[in-house]
Design a protein around this ligand. Structure first.
Ligand code: F6R
Length: 242
């Protein structure tokens, strides 16, 4: 595992944005695995900045996102498709038809999941997968469970996740109860995994994930078995532990 210790969230975003941009520079047709949530926002700002400076060309890049709420369409401002368009895709020269998320409007879960796995497979896998870390140790929307998921699945969101994500909705009641998420098996097959963690509230779970027992009860703990794990954390999240 390579660890980058950043000063703060902005600095962590600068490092993560640099790593993802360098991936594109060295392999213009890269498949990037992307994440939503508060954590990667500063990374996307950095990527946009490097694009605006003329340093990165997204014309051949393809992206697959980790997850999408079941029942939300891309026009819904709370959907992850909307988030990605706003934070990154509308601001760089990527061809939107090369950007993929699970289809939140597909009501048949089996179809949504098998379709998404077929898309990822068709792209030939993921060069680098960006991850945030949930307060309960989830990655993507793979919540604590009895087993590690292999492929895309429809999950019931944990109460703690619903409450954490209610900040993006008018209240917890508005948060969809289910989501489609890329499986942990797919995440583990990415060439590189880039885990970005910021804030003191993630410190305990990060230590347990990377220094404790590997268990599906703490999904991020499996990342210790990844051949190329890069951890970018700020001082608040890393403390003196890494
Ligand atoms: C988002 C995702 C989630 C988040 C996690 C942390 O696509 O897959 O696993 O990375 O919930 O969210 P934030 O960054 O908002 O603390």
């Amino acid at each position: 595992m390579i660890v980058y210790k950043a000063e703060n969230k902005e600095d962590a975003g600068r490092i993560v944005g640099n790593i993802l941009s360098a991936q594109i520079v060295t392999k213009p047709e890269s498949v990037l695995g992307l994440a939503t949530g508060s954590t990667p926002e500063t990374a996307y700002e950095r990527m946009v900045k490097l694009y605006e400076q003329g340093d990165v060309d997204y014309s051949k890049v393809k992206t697959v996102n980790l997850d999408e709420y079941k029942g939300l369409s891309g026009d819904d401002s709370r959907s992850y498709r909307f988030f990605m368009n706003e934070k990154l895709f509308n601001r760089v020269n990527i061809d939107k038809s090369n950007t993929y998320l699970p289809d939140g409007t597909e009501s048949d879960s089996e179809t949504a999941c098998t379709d998404y796995d077929a898309i990822i497979e068709g792209l030939g896998g993921i060069d680098i997968q960006l991850l945030g870390l949930g307060c309960n140790g989830h990655i993507g929307f793979n919540e604590p469970a009895e087993y590690f998921s292999l492929s895309t699945q429809c999950v019931d969101l944990a109460e703690s996740t619903i409450s954490a994500n209610s900040r993006f909705f008018s209240g917890a009641d508005e948060v969809p109860r289910q989501a489609y998420t890329m499986g942990i098996g797919t995440i583990m097959r990415a060439e590189r995994v880039l885990l970005m963690v910021t804030g003191e509230n993630k410190r305990d779970i990060l230590v347990r994930a990377l220094n404790g027992e590997v268990t599906p009860r703490l999904p991020a703990s499996i990342l210790r078995f990844h051949k190329n794990l890069i951890l970018v954390g700020d001082k608040d999240a890393l403390g003196e532990n890494f």
